[in-house]
Ligand binder design. Structure first.
Ligand SMILES: O=C(O)CCC(=O)C(=O)O
Length: 281
């Protein structure tokens, strides 16, 4: 993501993620019928308890470790936590696992992760959501190491992408480890994708201003390994720090409809850029 911040971890107000409510879930991908596609467009998300087999998740998790272990020679998409960056190459394999916060642009380096991104059941759901052919345009592995895993502040994904407002961008987030309320699972605001673009600001990251977050409407989306969340690119979402002793790994793939025509960064910032628009935060 072009706007990703490289600033050291800053703690957020715990109240930004306060809630007692959880998302609604479907059991499997096979439960996604026309009614559920309509629900996706109404609520801005669909959460699935078991979308992938334990074998698929085991293989994807191993692929993440292999990339971090440097088993794919030319792969360069590893982002370590700022505190670990200077001495990352000297760390043991185990220590590296709890020093990386993100890997990305890996689908051309690992067939296991490329296959998962192009799982026929996922593509079928996406094409029904978009009413067009889905095209993968971004791939990431997101790790929240125990105790230091950083927050991803509240944002709309479309504020990062040069696609016109109204494009059905869809994120697919796949739990590799259990994502819990303690280790920083996703929080989302159902229905927020229907409220249009929100100004974003460069603060702890490229984010919605803390005071603009509709905290009382947020729900958590804990997922077991193999669970997944589809969400609309305009849905407000974020995740708190991991203060638990448990690592949280996830894969996140983003898709756009094939027919999408790109806009420029300048045009995007004229829509989403709070500072550019002179809006205060
Ligand atoms: O994995 C997370 O905690 C949130 C990631 C996210 O929302 C993003 O990268 O857009």
């Amino acid at each position: 993501m072009a706007e990703t911040s490289e600033t050291p971890i800053a703690m957020h107000e715990p109240s930004l993620y306060e809630t007692t409510r959880r998302a609604n879930y479907l059991d499997t991908l096979a439960d996604i019928d026309d009614r559920q596609i309509a629900r996706f467009h109404e609520q801005g998300y669909l959460a699935i308890q078991q979308a992938f087999t334990p074998q698929q998740i085991e293989s994807a998790g191993q692929a993440m470790w292999d990339l971090i272990d440097g088993k794919s020679q030319d792969f360069k998409g590893i982002m370590a936590e700022a505190a670990k960056r200077g001495h990352f190459s000297k760390l043991t394999s185990e220590a590296r696992r709890d020093s990386v916060r993100k890997i990305w642009k890996f689908v051309d380096y690992d067939t296991r992760l490329n296959d998962l991104a192009h799982d026929p059941n996922i593509l079928s759901v996406l094409s029904r959501m978009m009413d067009d052919t889905p095209v993968l345009f971004q791939d990431m592995g997101l790790i929240k190491p125990p105790h230091i895993g950083r927050e991803k502040p509240w944002h709309q994904d479309c504020a990062y992408f040069n696609y016109p407002v109204g494009t059905t961008v869809v994120g697919v987030w796949i739990a590799i480890d259990a994502a819990t309320e303690e280790n920083g699972c996703l929080h989302i605001i159902p229905g927020s994708h229907r409220e249009g673009p929100i100004p974003h600001f460069r603060r702890r990251d490229w984010q919605i201003c803390d005071t603009d977050v509709a905290v009382p409407r947020n729900v958590t989306v804990p997922l077991d390994p193999g669970g997944c969340l589809f969400w609309h690119g305009m849905t407000h979402h974020g995740s708190p720090t991991n203060q638990s002793a448990h690592r949280r790994r996830a894969l996140q793939y983003h898709y756009r409809p094939e027919s999408t025509v790109e806009m420029t960064t300048k045009e995007r910032l004229a829509i989403y850029g709070g500072d550019e628009l002179g809006v205060t935060c």
